[in-house]
Structure formats: structure tokens, C-alpha cells
Design a protein around this ligand. Structure first.
Ligand code: PGU
Length: 407
């Protein structure tokens, strides 16, 4: 009997709005089903992709008898941390040369955000964080649980399907001095809308003049433009001014290491001494949470980043993924145009990164899932990486029917 259980009063929680889409997709028996929910890269054949360079690095690790499975230090693999900081801040970053960056290996992007948030909740004087509307659905949950108070700033304008730059400046301008501001480093999720470099510069000036603390979430470096340096440019301009910031990096997308949970948190400080004290406290955050991070994924990343041949091979494979996504945008846009689907769909080719924020409403999404077996998040976001030339016509038919029916 249920009532005999000490957990009888536990109520069923809803599925996660993003990962739950995959759960529903897996239950669907239709041969035409299509998962455009989770942001995970698929090939033209619709299959998950393990990069060749990752296979090569793994082979290299298997053959290397000096590789052991001991515990890593609390902060993770030293090489991985150094190389990760170089990847995001640039090889010639003065902040790195001056040893005022501390980097700790964390459990992918999510874990890096969580460790950073816990550190800020404990040691930073302003416990308010501003996140964009909309943003990745896990952001408010991560920051709330860590004990930060979450507020929002305007970001997306549904009317233009572009950036609400004026609203953003007003909201950050009205934020209390010292507040933390979560910024998507590139390829904003879910909107696919990024500020231009000139707008970034204005954001930087405003934030520095008010002493707002930037916390970058870099989950898509290389996925926006296909170029790792170009995608890191916004972060680098904030570091170049000598100010402080945090950055959470994920290798889930750009190395296809989703399930390896490999990422890094860097905190750029004013001086080497502050950085080393900050690191000592990060260890106290990590130790009771998961003690120390796993070794395999970080070893793959370090192997690739430190070998110039493998690094170059990676950039080629990364560019190919980014290019395939860009070509999917064009194909979907062309197909909707050819079909005469009502509405302006030019945002599909203007937005960047993994996602298109289609503007389809939850009723239209539910219709597409029920009638066409197309799975996506209810906010109308589709993962362009889940699409292929073969499935563009099916998606086009579904969007056309949804828009015509519930226009
Ligand atoms: N930050 C942003 C902006 C993200 O979009 C994601 C992943 C993460 C961090 C965390 O990624 P890690 O896997 O922890 O490195 N968002 C994807 C993946 C599914 C999910 O929600 O975790 C998405 O589909 O939005």
C-alpha cells in the first residue's frame, strides 16, 4: 500500500522542460519522429557525433600506460585548467600572464555555473544576479539554489525577433551597484540573438561604470561563428580592461563531450594574491559537493588542446558542425519561402548558434508534436543541429500547417 511508505506524501514533479522533451520523444513509436528539443549536435543522418579528434585522443590515452585513475586534485587536472583559460581568454591574455586567473575543472557548464554561484553566495557582497529574459531554463534554478537572489533584465524583443538593446541598457543601468550579471558569451540560448561587438562595448562600459560583476556562460564557443577566437571576443574585451569577471565553460557542444561532463570555471581577479585566495575558497565549495572531478573527459580535452595537430583537427571539425547548422538555417528558410508559409521567417537566417527561436507559440508546438511527431521546447525553440536536409521538408510542412491553423 502506498500509504505505508514513509515517502507517501511525495508529489510527482513535472519533467524538465528541456530534457523532458527527449523523454517524450523516446516514447514515440512513429518512424517520422524528430527531436529538435535538446541542444545536441546530430549529423546529416540524424545521428549523434563523436568527433574523430576525440576518438584519436581517447586512443592515445588508452595506449599511454602512464595514464592512471587516481583521484584528481579538488580543482581538477592542472593542464586542462591552464589550457581552458587560454582557450577562452586568449593565449596572450595579460590576466593569465599575470597569474590573476584561477581556473577549476567542474562538471560541464552546469557544474561550473553552480560552483561559481555557490562561491559568490558565500563570498561576494552583492547577492543579486541579473539574468536575461528569456534565458536557458536552468539558470534561475542554479542561482536560486545557490542562495542568490535572481532578477531579470530585458534582452529579447518578440516584435523584432532581435535584441531589445534599449531595454537591456535601462535594466542594467537601474541595477544596484555591484550586482552580478549573467551574460551569454555567444550564441544566446534560446534566442540565437547576440549583441554586436559595438553593443558589447557599450554594455561593458555601463557595467564597469556601475561596478556590475560579469558572469559569462560560455556553452557554445565556436558554435556561433565556427571560430573559437571570434566567439570569445566579448569575454576578452571585458578581461582586457583589467576588471574582474567569472566565466563558466562547457565542452559539451564544441567537443561533443556532452556525457563526459567536462567544463571549467575561471575567476579573473585583480591580483595574483586575490586569485590564489579565491581558489582556496573554491576548493571548500567543491570538496563537500563532489570532492573532485572525473578524469577522463578532462584528459581528452587536455590531450587535444596541447597538441597543435589535434587542436587544428578539432577546429576543422568544429567549423564543419557550425557550417552544417548555418546551412540548415538557409534550407529551412528557403523551404518556408518556397511554400509561401505566412509570416516573415528571415530571423531563421539572422539568428546564430544552435537554436532558432521560431516565434511559434505553445499551442502551435503542441500541434506539431501531436500531428507531426516533431519534438521541441514549448517556447518555440528548435535545435537547428537536430535538423538535416532529409527532415527539412517534414518540419516545413509542420510549421506551415501550425501557422495556417493557429495563425
Ligand atoms: N549554459 C547554456 C546557455 C546552455 O544552453 C547549456 C546547455 C548549459 C549551460 C549547460 O550545458 P552542460 O551540458 O552542463 O555543459 N543547454 C542545452 C542542453 C540541455 C540542457 O538543458 O542541459 C539546451 O538544450 O538548452
Amino acid at each position: 500500500m502506498d500509504s505505508d511508505s514513509v515517502f507517501a506524501s511525495v508529489v510527482r514533479a513535472p519533467e524538465d522542460p528541456i530534457l523532458g522533451v527527449t523523454v517524450a520523444y523516446n516514447k514515440d513509436t512513429s518512424p517520422n519522429k524528430l527531436n529538435l528539443g535538446v541542444g545536441a549536435y546530430r549529423t546529416e543522418e540524424g545521428k549523434p557525433l563523436v568527433l574523430n579528434v576525440v576518438r584519436k585522443a581517447e586512443q592515445h590515452l588508452v595506449n599511454d600506460k602512464s595514464q592512471i585513475k587516481e583521484y584528481l586534485p579538488i580543482v581538477g587536472l592542472a593542464d586542462f585548467n591552464k589550457l581552458s583559460a587560454k582557450l577562452i581568454f586568449g593565449a596572450d591574455s595579460p590576466a593569465i600572464q599575470q597569474n590573476r586567473v584561477t581556473t577549476v575543472q567542474c562538471l560541464s557548464g552546469t557544474g561550473s555555473l553552480r560552483v561559481g554561484a555557490e562561491f559568490l553566495a558565500k563570498h561576494y557582497h552583492q547577492r543579486t544576479i541579473y539574468i536575461p529574459t528569456p534565458t536557458w531554463g536552468n539558470h534561475p534554478k542554479i542561482f536560486n539554489l545557490a542562495g542568490l537572489s535572481v532578477k531579470t533584465y530585458r534582452y529579447y524583443d518578440p516584435a523584432t525577433r532581435g535584441l531589445n538593446f534599449q531595454g537591456l541598457l535601462e535594466d542594467l543601468g537601474a541595477a544596484p551597484s555591484g550586482a552580478i550579471v549573467l551574460l551569454h558569451a555567444c550564441a544566446h540560448n534560446p534566442t540565437g540573438v547576440d549583441p554586436t561587438l559595438a553593443q558589447w562595448e557599450q554594455i561593458r562600459q555601463l557595467m564597469r561604470s556601475k561596478g556590475l560583476l560579469p558572469f559569462f556562460d560560455s556553452a557554445y564557443q565556436g558554435f556561433a561563428s565556427g571560430n573559437l577566437d571570434a566567439d570569445a571576443q566579448p569575454v576578452r574585451t571585458f578581461v582586457a580592461d583589467g576588471g574582474e569577471c567569472l566565466a563558466a565553460q562547457s565542452y559539451a557542444k564544441n567537443m561533443g563531450l556532452y556525457g563526459e561532463r567536462v567544463g571549467a570555471l575561471s575567476i579573473v581577479c585583480k591580483t595574483q594574491d586575490v586569485a590564489s585566495r579565491v581558489e582556496s575558497q573554491l576548493k571548500l565549495v567543491i570538496r563537500p559537493m563532489y570532492s573532485n572531478p572525473p578524469i577522463h573527459g578532462a584528459s581528452i580535452v587536455a590531450t587535444i588542446l596541447k597538441d597543435s595537430n589535434m587542436y587544428n583537427e578539432w577546429t576543422v571539425e568544429l567549423k564543419a558542425m557550425a557550417d552544417r547548422i548555418i546551412s540548415m538555417r538557409q534550407q529551412l528558410y528557403d523551404a518556408l519561402s518556397a511554400k509561401g508559409t505566412p509570416g516573415d521567417w528571415s530571423h531563421i537566417i539572422k539568428q546564430i548558434g544552435m537554436f532558432t527561436f521560431t516565434g511559434l507559440n505553445s499551442e502551435q508546438v503542441a500541434f506539431m508534436t501531436k500531428e507531426y511527431h516533431i519534438y521541441m521546447t514549448s517556447d518555440g525553440r528548435i535545435s537547428m543541429a537536430g535538423l538535416s536536409s532529409r527532415t527539412v521538408p517534414h518540419l516545413t510542412d509542420a510549421i506551415h500547417a501550425a501557422v495556417t491553423r493557429f495563425g
